[in-house]
Design a binder for this molecule. Sequence first.
Ligand code: BGC
Length: 738
Amino acid sequence: MNRIIRNILSVAVLALAGCSSAPQTETDRKVEELLSQMTLHEKIGQMNQLSGGAWLADQAAKGEVGSILNCVDPAEINAVQRAAVEESRLGIPILVARDVIHGFRTIFPIPLGLASTFDPEIVEEGARVAAVEATASGIRWTFSPMLDVARDPRWGRVAEGSGEDPYLDVQMGLAMVRGYQGEDLSNPASMAACIKHFVGYGAAEGGRDYNSTMISERSLRNTYFPAFKATADAGAATLMTSFNEIDGIPSTGNKWLLKDILRDEWGWDGMVVTDWNSAGEMIAHGFSNDLKHTAEQSVNAGVDMDMMSYGFIQYLEELVKEGKVSEAEIDRAVRNILKLKFDLGLFENPYVDETASAKVDYAPAHLEAAKQSAVESAILLKNEGGVLPLDKAKTILVTGPLADAPYEQMGTWAFDGQQEHTVTPLTALRQEYDVIWEPGLAYSRDRSTKEFAKVRNAASRAEAAVVFVGEEAILSGEAHSLSNLNLQGAQSELIAEVAKAGKPVVVVVIAGRPLTVERDLDNCDAMLYSFHPGTMGGPALADLIKGKANPSGKLPMTFLRDAGQAPFYYNHNNLGRPNNGTETLLYDIPIAAGQTSLGCTSYYLDTGYGPLFPFGYGLSYTSFKYGNPVLDKGEYTEDDVIRVSFELKNTGMREGTEVVQLYVQDKVGSVVRPVKELKGFQRVTLAPGETRTVTFELPVSDLAFWNIDMEYVVEKGDFNLWVAGDSASGEPVSFEVI
Ligand code: BGC
């Protein structure tokens, strides 16, 4: 059966289920029973989410708050819960939420770093650790994963997601949802996930946070929806609307998104929450007259719970009385909220054991998982002359503002990680080497070069220098857009200064986004890039530097030569005048050149066509040779599975792990198609000299896209396929879908 027909049928089945008054499950029955006892005021109370702790107990006792966020003290959480359960008329428990984005106490690499691992298993494990620690403090709902496809590193929130590629986004999103929610939401160690921000928030114009987005319906469906659809299908319990508007409609008031797509087309039955005051912000957007209007528009569009606009609690009763919002809409929202509370087992287990967190926070296994994630997330960008690993040196210089910055290495959204538990690279390297420590700069924006003479002098006494530069945590994340992506302060000058000593220079970048490091590459022998690596970043990086571990991370975003190239992503559409490798660059243009076009292809006169490093790029201390891919057939039908095999050989002297990537290009489509798209990846570990046959199985149905008629179909025709170590390598083989 084709997918469209399947969708139509499932919508029909759901519609029938909705018409029937008989409850479907035991939980539905409980929800209906409770709902039937609730006053309108109590129902609206459930739809209200407030930020705070014990001081919200009075409102909880009156049944005027359904959920709280930002309280992490188990005693306070229990106090609010007691008010709700023991003092409110119906005793409905509170749902406690928090932004547990990349760990709770034990901080894992930021999500962009987790994406660099291309390892869904370790990402799932990290999310499980986060759930175990957060639930031990009484938190049962996290606002994660962030699934916003992001193609502009100027946008500070690239740190919080999986980067530019829809397929990687799907895989990472699924892993996180599995990790947070576990097998069963009612397990007290499970947390409801919240897929956010629906939708298109990552496409903010110019990378300026909260900005407008221009996304066509086809592009929403092909690029921005897939991770939401996949995680919704996999049972993600909640979804958050986004701040941005699309085509003039803010997401929080967008009925097409929240009802037509999410409910009717996808048949998803979870709970929808607004982003922080995103309902209220519809006034600033000029989409709503006042707060009352925002409540009317968002509930009618399909929102279930209001985060911090206060509009629902103030105006919904009036709106129902005036007939502007039906009680049926209110019941719909409250059903979704109550169902989640039943699913989480909150009615049976409302309280948290106030001694539990001390037993699980920073457990050795959690630290080990965090370390392994940080090891796998680091990307080796350059290693001239095999300078890394520094396995023979005894005395090294450690310098730079990120070498001993325990708070900064945790990155953005690490509210609950405690810096006393963070191990810095300096601390870890001291276990391995005689370290000469000269910070050089106090923090990443420091512009003072007054300590540089000391650093250069120290470099001349060491066998090699390791320079830790990058971004403080505050420079990325929400509301932290940048227009200049070079290293801030005098960090590039510090690297250049160290290089003058003539010793091998290793640069380690610890940052929240892809920075433009081209000029710094020229001043070092090796560069290791680590998106803020979290609590165990120090030991992970020390293992990589020493050679106890081998880098295997790959770039989840294209690295730019200059911020002016943004947005830049590998899977752009085919162009009418693609670059053909012949670029006339700025200084090659003759003086008083005639007014002719130059080369007539798509590129910049100053930075040329290509990026600094392509999506998927990353080196290893060993080397890998890819054999030619062999397809099991030349022609496939829509129901087939494509099997492609190739030999991967470790041609170096060390064991190493290569992330092998599968890309496909649909050569001709009813609408213009991307130049190539990631369709699979595997981490393959090989001993020195070992050869292994690697096989990908790709269902032809995975080649479907939203075509000219806005139908999700596989179109017949010719395709190219690559297996490679990054998005710019490899030779294609072709096949046909008949
Ligand atoms: C962010 C969300 C976050 C929420 C709650 C908002 O500012 O956009 O991602 O979950 O705050 O803290």
